[in-house]
Write a protein that binds this ligand. Structure first.
Ligand SMILES: [Zn+2]
Length: 501
């Protein structure tokens, strides 16, 4: 046994993964708990990550013809009742507004007054209210397709919450489209899933598995739910985005009708698709280490921090000016079409300064002292590999975009290698059960590709026994005859099992 190495985050991942996660979030200064249980305050470093996600994803949506709109926070209760399955799916977690004012009661306390004739629901998702608008906007096939997206907050009352992963209020985008044909709506469902997969892999550097949910895991009211699933470092799965084919269910509930080219009245076919601040939770769990957050360069709020070496009581103006000149020169460089973002941190707090930036996950740290200036060099450290080295100043400036690309690629490759090393095809029930029975804490087993007969009962039994669920039926799972891992009945293909967030 080697000597215990001190880490910036305690406990470590291995000691207590769930506590490690909380500590990483805290140490990175991304967010904090709010006075309202289950909600969070997103601080500038966390919000800048969200803004980068938002800006980049928004551009990808718009390239496909999607336009942004905004719909109200409140939904009349009667709207939710229009789609039975949907309301059942969300009823248990709806925040309900029943009063519209406050009055002074006894002892000067404020009490709700002015009861509403019809209670309002704080949106858990907006299918029903957007559907109502679509019904008024659609009369002919010429009005279709309608391709909308909204960036908003939603509320789903949660009892057990965890920052970014599960909060009662969270930020998200929800896309809603209406089409004249089933084929077009199905195509759009898959098109948006592809965008999610591309975004999460290329920008968040998280490899994902694309697939279809089993019936029991579908979005309430959907005919088909597709999703992307990623493996966290504790080997649990996180759903990073979903895209739903809603058939004509919501169109019938909301009365979205149109006259087709033959002059016949028909219901539209709709889709909805969403991703949320949960992606940030996934990013934290995929890349971060025992020293704190690691942010992929393509969504990092800043790429480089310059730490000038300040001498107490000395004239530091030369170092400060050199740092500013370096910042300006780096900002002239572009990384994927945008300026390289550079911070200078001149706080006189000793070694804590460097560690603050390690814990915030900034991709590159630069130290600059009088001797470096004399040698026309600087000292750089990579957050992903921990590599530290002296480098010529111009060489650093000229290759910063390459260095950032290399960090991005290293993070993706590492996450992919980890997932591959922890994904198994299993055909024996005992082996399957042994694997997950041993799973706990940091080691939640693996991703397992196993045969499934398609029955709800087998799925439910496995869930009860092991807390393991079918994450998806992967699109790339080939036709292959086998027998169900639980009951032994005939199966046509393998599905992806895992413990999930
Ligand atoms: Zn079975």
């Amino acid at each position: 046994m080697g000597k215990k190495v001190k880490t910036a985050i305690t406990p470590t991942r291995e000691e207590d993964y769930s506590q490690w996660y909380q500590e990483v979030v805290k140490a990175s200064d991304m967010s904090e708990n709010s006075p309202v249980r289950g909600c969070m305050v997103i601080k500038p470093w966390g919000y800048a990550i969200w803004e980068n996600i938002q800006r980049q994803m928004d551009a990808m949506f718009k390239e496909t013809g999607v336009k942004n709109a905004y719909f109200p926070l409140f939904i009349p209760l009667s709207y939710l009742e229009k789609e039975a399955e949907h309301v059942e799916g969300f009823a248990k977690e709806c925040a309900v507004v029943t009063h519209h004012k406050l009055e002074k009661g006894e002892n000067g306390r404020l009490v709700p007054a002015g009861e509403l004739a019809e209670p309002l629901i704080v949106r858990p998702t907006s299918e029903t209210i957007i559907g109502e608008s679509m019904s008024r906007w659609t009369s002919s096939y010429r009005d279709l397709p309608i391709l909308l997206n909204q960036w908003a907050n939603v509320v789903r009352w949660e009892m057990r919450t965890r920052m970014f992963l599960r909060t009662s209020e969270f930020l998200w985008q929800e896309g809603h489209t209406a089409h004249a044909t089933k084929e077009e709506a199905m195509e759009r469902t898959l098109q948006m899933l592809e965008i999610y997969a591309k975004f999460v892999e290329e920008r968040l550097a998280m490899p994902v598995i694309k697939g279809r949910k089993s019936e029991s895991e579908r979005f309430p009211g959907a005919d088909d739910t597709t999703c992307i699933e990623a493996m966290m470092q504790d080997k649990r799965a996180l759903q990073a985005g979903t895209s739903h084919f809603l058939g004509q269910n919501f169109a019938k509930g909301s009365n979205i009708k149109f006259q087709n080219e033959e002059g016949q009245e028909s219901f539209a076919w709709t889709t909805s698709w969403g991703t949320s601040t949960r992606m940030i939770g996934g990013m934290i769990m995929v890349h971060s280490d025992d020293d704190g957050l690691v942010v992929p360069p393509r969504i990092a709020p800043a790429h480089v921090v310059i730490l000038p070496i300040i001498k107490k009581g000395a004239d530091n103006s030369e170092v400060q000016e050199s740092a500013q000149a370096l910042q300006a020169a780096l900002r002239q460089q572009t990384f994927h079409g945008l300026p390289v973002e550079v911070e200078i941190d001149s706080r006189d707090i000793g070694g804590a300064r460097g560690w603050d930036w390690v814990k915030k996950g900034i991709p590159v740290r630069v130290e600059l002292g009088p001797r470096d200036i004399e040698n026309n060099s600087l000292f750089m450290a990579r957050r992903d590999t921990g590599e530290k080295k002296g480098i010529n100043r111009e060489a650093f400036i000229n290759t910063i975009a390459d260095i950032l690309d290399d960090i991005q690629e290293t993070l993706f490759q590492r996450a992919q290698a980890f997932r591959e090393a922890n994904t198994f095809s299993i055909d024996e029930k005992d082996q399957f059960y042994d694997l997950y029975k041993k799973a706990n804490g940091y080691n939640n087993g693996a991703f397992v590709l196993a045969h499934w007969c398609g029955s709800d009962q087998c799925e439910e039994k496995i869930k009860q026994d092991l807390s393991v669920t079918i994450r998806c039926i992967p699109f790339d799972s080939p036709d292959e005859a086998g027998s169900c891992i639980y009951c032994g009945e005939k199966s046509d293909r393998r599905v992806l099992f895992a413990k999930a967030y």
